[in-house]
Ligand binder design. Structure first.
Ligand code: C2O
Ligand code: CU
Length: 434
């Protein structure tokens, strides 16, 4: 059959495999191992600066409560919308849940309106660092605070003795202050010899957030929730995250202080030392982290030499024109804005390769729902390090990536730029199973 299919043009076949409803929903019965209730509500939140902002919150706080669970657990989350007139949902960013649990208003469910509730049920199959956020008017919802961290720990004993710290950053733009774990300089006392894992999550549109670990060698243990194979020691290396992406950083607490600086010279960060006291170390000169040659290769279900059932191309660009009644520059996928962007149509059980090219002049963190993309190459150079699985790929101007995934999660899935301003302005498309 044809290897290159431009999905929208591919005719539906009468031999299309049948997708059953049970594949599209989480387990409908069974006692949950873990239950959470999140109430979406408006709240005036006081920042550490003393400024007050009108926020949209889960359970009255920003970030919303951190949801922790163990691998394999059946999780049930009830969303109650108290008073967000725009409506709310919960999307489990990076967790490949069944389609009906994905929390996308207008695609997998209706927005939950004030006074309504919605229950999500899924099994936590992937270990790692994720986050959740509303996917109804996402741009406003995330900016105003409807998000939180989600961590899946390995089953069994898990992380015994580990100092496990989530650093979820959010810049409160309108007030000009950052909030969250990186409120200002947070100080922690950690005994020398303690294993530490920092879970870095960037929630901010536009911001290429930088994270610099000062005072110790460290490893990047995971990207977008997936552990890397044999990550080596790094020093004077800065990590950069576009919105939606995650890095897990691991090190053993040394005798002296360690400082995680967030941003550059903005006074945001996490200071760790045996007694939590001490001076901030100076910021060294750093080089950016290069994931494509980091760690060691390991076998994967497919790779750059595989035969692919379908190949797609996503050209990210911008052009001038009329959009929403105004003449301006806007960002496009294959020359179009939603709903005229392509729809990639697949069948269950295929291997798909996508080439993503950024011809525009700005960053685009491309987020595919429901699937993880194995990065095959960056700018024409094959990945030689650890297998690198991404759900939110940082595609900088001029870059080209080849990625691949298996169609093992039927439904209709969003594929969009996670700069939510771009997504709202049309940089959104769908992957659909026929
Ligand atoms: Cu984190 Cu479609 O979103
Ligand atoms: Cu973008």
């Amino acid at each position: 059959h044809d290897h290159v299919a431009h999905a929208a043009a591919k005719p539906a076949s009468s031999a299309a495999p049948t997708v059953s409803v049970t594949e599209l929903t989480g387990p409908q019965s069974g006692k949950p191992d873990r239950q959470f209730t999140l109430t979406a509500e408006k709240k005036t939140v006081r920042l550490s600066s003393g400024k007050e902002v009108d926020a949209w919150t889960y359970n009255g706080q920003i970030p919303g409560p951190e949801l922790r669970m163990k691998e394999g657990e059946l999780v049930e989350v009830t969303l109650i919308n108290k008073d967000i007139e725009d409506g709310a949902t919960i999307h489990w960013h990076g967790l490949d849940v069944p389609n009906a649990e994905d929390g996308v208003a207008g695609a997998t469910q209706n927005a939950v309106m004030p006074g309504e509730t919605h229950t999500y049920r899924f099994r936590a199959e992937q270990v790692g660092t994720f986050w959740y956020h509303s996917h109804q008017h996402s741009k406003e919802a995330v900016q105003k605070g409807l998000f939180g961290a989600l961590v899946v720990e390995p089953k069994g004993q898990g992380y015994k003795d580990l100092k496990d710290i989530t650093v979820i950053t959010h810049v409160w733009k309108r007030a000009g202050f950052a909030i969250g774990a990186s409120d200002t300089i947070e100080r922690l006392a950690i005994a020398p010899g303690t294993p530490v894992r920092l879970r870095l999550i960037n929630t901010d549109d536009w911001v290429r957030q930088t994270y610099t670990v000062i005072g110790t060698e460290f490893q990047v243990a995971a990207i977008d929730g997936t552990d890397l194979n044999k990550p080596g020691p790094l020093r004077n290396t800065r990590l950069e995250l576009l919105t939606g992406g995650r890095y897990d950083v691991a090190f053993t607490m040394p005798d002296g202080p360690v400082y995680l600086e967030v941003g550059a010279g903005e006074g945001l960060g996490l200071f760790m030392s045996p007694d939590g006291k001490g001076d901030l170390p100076p910021t060294p000169a750093t080089v950016p982290f290069e994931p494509q040659h980091y760690g060691s290769p390991a076998s994967t279900p497919f790779d750059a030499d595989s035969v692919f059932d379908r190949e797609f191309t996503m050209i990210l660009d911008n052009k001038l024109g009329f959009y929403n009644g105004a003449f301006s520059a806007y960002d496009t996928i294959n020359g179009a804005v939603f709903p005229n962007t392509p729809m990639f149509v697949v069948r269950e059980g295929e291997q798909v390769k996508t080439t993503i090219v950024n011809r525009s002049s700005v960053d685009h963190p491309m987020h595919l729902h429901g699937h993880h993309m194995l990065v095959l190459s960056r700018n024409g150079v094959r990945i030689t390090g650890s297998p690198w699985w991404s759900d939110t790929l940082d595609v900088a101007p001029g870059e080209t990536y080849e990625v691949a995934f298996r169609t093992d999660n039927p439904g209709i899935w969003m594929d969009h730029c996670h700069n939510l301003q771009h997504a709202a302005a049309g940089m959104t498309m769908h992957l659909m199973y026929e």
